[in-house]
Design a protein around this ligand. Sequence first.
Ligand code: PLP
Length: 384
Amino acid sequence: MPYLDHNATSTLRPEARAAMARACQIHGNPSSVHRSGRVARALVEDAREQVARLVNANPANVIFTSGGTEANALALWGAVHGSAESGGLVRRLYASAIEHDSILGTMNAIAVRATGIRRAQVPATRDGAVDLDALRDLMRESSGRALVAVMAANNETGVVQPIAEVSKLVRQHDGLLLVDAVQACGKIATDFAALDADYLTVSAHKLGGPQGVGALVMKEDAPFAAQIHGGGQERSRRAGTENVAGIAGFGGVAKAIGDDNISRLEMLRNVFESGLRNCFPAAIVFGHNSQRTANTSNFALPGIAAETALIALDLDGVMVSSGAACSSGKVKPSHVLKAMGVPDDLARSALRVSLGWDSSESDVDATLASLGKLGTRISARKAA
Ligand code: PLP
């Protein structure tokens, strides 16, 4: 059945499955000194190397987490609490208005629980990118050190963000930069060292790895404060016995990923979007003027509620999403489209098709056929 919801969770790659199956044969705790413990430790450290290599980082500064959400929270709380301990106090939190809820929600929580923190959302342009002029204005305010969170690519529209420019701005003002690369990693070049970010976050299940495992990558000297205490795991930065099988799966997928699939996905996405315009000449593709990740198409079929289209597609066995992955099922229009100035009624008909490593031409054909059927049915209803 066509599964075109890879930005929500990608299908498990065989390399990840095999690595997890191998890890499940091991019964040792990576902190134990006996043989089984050492084998488990080796699996975790091999995976750390693979993930570090994937994003060009130092393995010592890769912290495994339960996913992108926790990695984002760890970076944000770490910057605020860690900077209090290390000087250069973070007083301002700025995030683009199109960030994932895990960033925006954590920032809200910090503003409530930590004193003296100012927070603001940086507006987005109509094309779905963070507004650099607005960020520049915010950075000029001189009321303490700022942490800026801008994602590398948006989960809903796929729009690739101008991280190089953001990074330059942040450096000019001695700020800290958090790049959520959850939707970018594996789809566009994601080079932690070249981005000159202080923190970068990734999640295995968006890449074809298992759910429930991700990583925070940080600079050695970035402010940090552990949020979970207990054992000395992850160099005392995140206590708790490691998710060995999940981490091994993450390492397996990190090793397997190359950029060989990207042009194929872009070709499939283009086939999809031209087919879409044939079925629905009024269809609007969001972010189409911007550079996008090759796998993502977010579009509205004006006059057709997203839920109607989702149900029709689902009845034909086609799985796509409306709005953001993590809020699938919610009826409220997407905050990303809102930030791009899309009116609510149009945003309510937005659908997202996101392709993945195993997507095929027949998946695209089946999706277009189902959308075509829906279009015909709706036109017939209108004509009656
Ligand atoms: N950041 C972005 C951009 C995402 O798309 C997601 C998930 O959709 C997350 C963070 C959260 O990642 P996880 O599902 O691993 O918690």
